[in-house]
Design a protein around this ligand. Sequence first.
Ligand code: ADP
Ligand code: ZN
Length: 436
Amino acid sequence: MIWNEHKETMSRDEMSAMQGRRLHKTVDYVYHHVPFYRKKLQSMDISPDDIQTVEDIVKLPYTTKQDLRDNYPFGLQAAPKSEIIRIHASSGTTGNPTIVGYTRRDVEIWSECMARCLTGYGMTSDDTFSVSYGYGLFTGGLGAHYGVERVGGAVVPASTGNTEKHVRLIRDLGIDGIACTPSYALHLAEVMETMGVTKDQIRLRIGAFGAEPWTENMRHEIESRLGLKGYNLYGLSEIMGPCVSFECECQNGSHVNEDHFFPEIIDPDTLEPLGRGHYGELVFTTLTKEGMPLLRYRTRDLCSLVEGDDCPCGRTTVRMTPIMGRSDDMLIIRGINVFPSQVESVILGIPECAPRYRLIVDRVNNLDTLTVEVEMRPEYFMGADTLEAVTNLEKAVAAKLRSVLSIGANVQIRQPGSLERSLGKGKYVIDKRVLK
Ligand code: ADP
Ligand code: ZN
């Protein structure tokens, strides 16, 4: 099923023409309503009339998270205060939160885009869906919530606390789908297992997972423990919230709702736009936003746009590959680039290791060190009564990490349940170098 046949299956020419019209309108709108953009465009000698087609986008300036911070709280807002009906803040994973105001129409478009995502996962109005993204300033909770209502399903606003009660509801109400972070899905699986609830006793069919990077191995892990199919859901508060892109049943990339959010990939160092198929930083321009429209917003998320618009699902919207990490998540350890997601892939590929790990980066005698703490799976831990078994596992993990990362890591196997659990976005890295 496709939620909005017309918008999601347009020909490339039709889509580009519409994007061009909307882009012109957006530039004209910010030029007249946001002094920050007017000054910027004037200093580059660009007037709204210079932007007529979607190809003209390359003439426009980028917007960065720093611009949002410099204009805190409402400097980039275009709509008058009287038209703002909702205010969210980004979760501040990498610094001060940024504030985003939404008009009524923004909230409607958000729900529409979220309904497209949920329909892409196979959700219908017969389904009961629980939302376990945090409710509150974070866009995850309310964003997914409005989408479920728009599709016409029954929403269970479970949020993140009280997981045991949530497990009981999942079982007793026969809940069909859940929207949450992959970290929370794992936590849910663990709590369910300790309560003795098996996956045959629940009916969960769909997982709408996002808000943090997750690997293919993590998908398999969650799917096998909860007995559902996990789909990617991507978004960011600056652009809207969850709903920007989603996986369809083909799971060959995430379809971008590109009639509302125009994606580009750029080289984060030279800022040159890169073509489809090239890996780089994802940039979005909002095409219909009223509250806080943004031109070429640098997300710092790293991925590529898939070549070709031919997805077997019938949608023609461009797809993006999974986010490997953020440019600011990337650790440089002894000069080598390391993404936490690479470590995750290795760990989840080793049967004795639980999907619970932590990277600790430090600098000792001017040399960077990487320690990887990882929990052993309870079933193996019981059997590993000798120190030797643990040491051998540490060696095996270290060897695998070295071959993937090209640097040595000090691996420390931990007891099951000993590393901190996260209900929202997981915290997998401690970089002590920045604390020094
Ligand atoms: P913050 O930047 O404070 O975390 P948000 O709460 O708006 O702000 O989170 C948006 C960010 O979360 C994205 O820029 C991206 O880094 C991450 N994210 C969201 N969805 C996904 C996803 N499906 N896969 C990977 N990362 C994601
Ligand atoms: Zn598709």
